[in-house]
Design a protein around this ligand. Structure first.
Ligand code: SF4
Length: 110
């Protein structure tokens, strides 16, 4: 009995090795971490927030909760890139020293 898997035909048990190889090749893809690393802009690795508790950058709705994150952003060397990225991508949390509401205002202002 022939087994079809994608574009491949497996006619008999002799093709079992080929089938296993094809199956294993399906896992020859980058890990999720590798995919995320490829997606991330290079400047992110230089952010002052790197290695800090990420929850600081996703505070509650009270603007005062964002003060700690904004202090870190104030001394960050990639703040302009970060802010531009967040404005373009509608990110949540504090990015580039701004809250989501502040970025919405920037988008409206054009
Ligand atoms: S500006 Fe703030 S959020 Fe953006 S990379 Fe720098 S420290 Fe991180």
């Amino acid at each position: 009995m022939a087994i079809r898997w994608g574009d491949l035909d497996f006619d008999d048990r002799d093709d079992e090795d080929d089938m296993l190889a094809a199956w294993a090749a399906g896992f020859d893809t980058p890990t999720l971490t590798e995919r995320l690393d490829a997606w991330r802009p290079a400047w992110m690795a230089r952010g002052a927030c790197k290695g800090l508790d990420v929850s600081v950058f996703f505070p509650g709705r009270d603007p005062a909760d964002a003060a700690d994150a904004k202090r870190v952003c104030a001394g960050c060397g990639v703040r302009p890139e970060c802010l531009s990225f967040a404005v373009d991508h509608y990110e949540h949390g504090v990015w580039g020293g701004t809250s989501p509401a502040e970025r919405r205002a920037r988008r409206k202002a054009g």
